[in-house]
Design a binder for this molecule. Structure first.
Ligand code: ATP
Ligand code: MG
Ligand code: MG
Length: 376
C-alpha cells in the first residue's frame, strides 16, 4: 500500500488517517507536539513544521504529501514539491494564506465577497470606514483563526487603536464591509487532479465567541439557496484549480444574497457532520482526491447536527454519558461521540465533536440543550 505524509498532526490529520487507513493507506505525520492526535493513529516525525530536514524525511518516507493546515512555510512547500508528490500543489496554499490574494481569486472565479480594501495606515483605515460605513471588520491578511487577528469597528473613535493593535508586527491589514447576514453557511468541495468536482451538502453554522458551535444539515434555508451555495463552491474549486478539499464559508443575507467570507484548503470543522451523515466523509473524499481515486458520492443519508466539544465540555460530557443516552432514546436521536485524544482539556480547545443523527433537526437541538453540556 501507499503511504500518505501529512504536514500537521492535529485532529484533522487524525480523522484523515482513520478514514484513509480503512482504505488501505499508511500515514505519517510531521508535527512538533509529542503524541499529537494524528501521531496516535499513524507514524509521526516529531519536529517543527518549518524544519527542512524533517520535511525531507517526510518526503522520503511518503508517496503522496498533503497538509492539514494552511500556514505551511513557503520554503518547506517548495522543497516538498521538488522531493515528493504534492498533488495539491503550492498555488492554492499561497492564495489561501493571504486574505487579499484569496478575495481576488474568489472574485476572479466570478463569486462575490464582502466589499473590502487593503489598509496600510490609520488614514487609509479612516477612508475605508468612510466608504463602507460602520460597523466594519478589520482583519490581518495572514495568520488569523477563531476570530483572532480581527476587530469589529463600531465607532470612529476606535480607528487608531484598531489599526495600531492589529498592525503591531507590521501585519498587512484588510478592511471588510460588515455583512448583516441572516445565516452563515459553508460548503466543502472536492476536486480531483483530473478536474472532477463534487460538493457536500451546505451546512448552516452557528458560532459562539467566533468558534464554531453547531453545524446544522440540511441548512434551514431555501433549497435553491443551498444549491446556489454548492454551485459557488464548485465554481471556486474550479477557478482556483484546487485539488483535494476546499471549504467555502459564506454569508447569506435576508435578501437571499450569498457572499464568500473565507476559504480553507483542507478538511473543515463544519464538514465533520459528513463522518456519519454522508455516503462518503470529507476525510475519505480528501484521501480519494489526493490518491487519484474516483471521488465518492456525497449524498446526505440523514439530517444531522454537529456540536463541538471544547475543553470546558469534557467533564460534563464524560460524567453524564448514561443520562445523555437516555435523553437520546427519548428524543429519538443518535448522538455519535468523536474525541481527538488530546490530553489537556483547556478552555475553548477543540477536544472532539458529537454528530447527532436525527430525523428532525429540532429533536437534535432539543437533545443538545437538554443534556446541559453546552450551557452558554
Ligand atoms: P476561522 O476560525 O473560521 O478560520 P477566522 O479567524 O479566520 O475564523 P473569519 O471567518 O474571517 O475569522 O471571521 C470569524 C467570524 O466573524 C465569521 O464567522 C463571522 O461570524 C464574523 N465575520 C467575519 N467577517 C465578517 C463580515 N465582513 N461581516 C460580518 N461578520 C463577519
Ligand atoms: Mg479563517
Ligand atoms: Mg472563518
Amino acid at each position: 500500500g501507499s503511504t500518505v505524509g501529512i504536514l500537521g498532526g492535529g485532529q484533522l490529520g487524525r480523522m484523515m488517517a482513520n478514514a484513509g487507513s480503512a482504505m488501505g493507506y499508511r500515514f505519517i505525520a510531521l508535527d512538533p507536539t509529542l503524541d499529537a492526535p494524528c501521531g496516535q493513529v499513524s507514524e509521526q516525525i516529531v519536529a517543527a513544521y518549518d524544519d527542512r530536514d524533517a520535511a525531507r524525511e517526510l518526503a522520503s518516507r511518503a508517496d503522496v504529501i498533503t497538509y492539514e493546515f494552511e500556514n505551511v512555510d513557503a520554503g518547506v512547500a517548495a522543497m516538498l514539491m521538488e522531493e515528493s508528490y504534492v498533488p495539491q500543489g503550492s498555488e492554492l496554499l499561497y492564495t489561501t494564506q493571504h486574505r487579499l490574494r484569496e478575495k481576488r481569486a474568489i472574485e476572479a472565479a466570478g463569486v462575490k465577497v464582502a466589499p473590502y480594501c487593503e489598509v496600510a495606515s490609520a488614514d487609509e483605515l479612516r477612508a475605508g470606514v468612510a466608504k463602507f460605513g460602520l460597523p466594519c471588520v478589520l482583519k490581518t491578511a495572514t495568520g488569523g483563526y477563531d476570530g483572532k487577528g480581527q476587530w469589529v469597528i463600531r465607532d470612529e473613535a476606535e480607528i487608531d487603536e484598531a489599526f495600531h493593535t492589529l498592525n503591531r508586527a507590521g501585519m498587512e491589514l484588510v478592511l471588510e464591509q460588515f455583512i448583516k447576514f441572516e445565516k452563515e453557511l459553508s460548503v466543502i468541495a472536492a476536486r480531483s487532479p483530473q478536474g472532477e468536482i463534487r460538493t457536500f451538502p451546505a451546512a448552516e453554522n452557528i458560532h459562539v465567541d467566533n468558534i464554531l458551535h453547531l453545524s446544522i444539515v440540511p441548512a434551514r434555508a431555501d433549497k435553491e439557496v443551498q444549491r446556489e451555495a454548492e454551485r459557488l463552491a464548485a465554481r471556486i474549486a474550479e477557478g482556483l484549480g484546487a485539488v483535494g478539499l476546499i471549504a467555502v464559508e459564506l454569508f447569506l443575507t435576508e435578501g437571499g444574497e450569498l457572499y464568500v467570507n473565507e476559504l480553507a484548503p483542507r478538511p473543515h470543522n463544519s464538514g465533520h457532520y459528513t463522518m456519519e451523515a454522508c455516503r462518503t466523509s470529507q476525510f475519505e473524499q480528501h484521501v480519494r482526491a489526493i490518491c487519484g481515486l474516483p471521488l465518492g458520492d456525497t449524498a446526505l443519508l440523514t439530517p444531522v447536527v454537529m456540536v463541538n466539544v471544547l475543553g470546558e465540555h469534557m467533564e460534563p460530557l464524560l460524567a453524564r454519558m448514561a443520562e445523555v443516552d437516555e435523553a437520546a432514546d427519548r428524543l429519538g436521536v443518535a448522538p455519535k461521540v468523536h474525541l481527538y485524544g488530546k490530553q489537556e482539556a483547556k478552555h475553548k480547545r477543540k477536544m472532539g465533536h458529537v454528530n447527532v443523527l436525527t430525523a428532525d433537526v429540532d429533536a437534535a437541538l432539543a437533545w443538545i440543550s437538554e443534556t446541559n453540556i453546552w450551557r452558554a
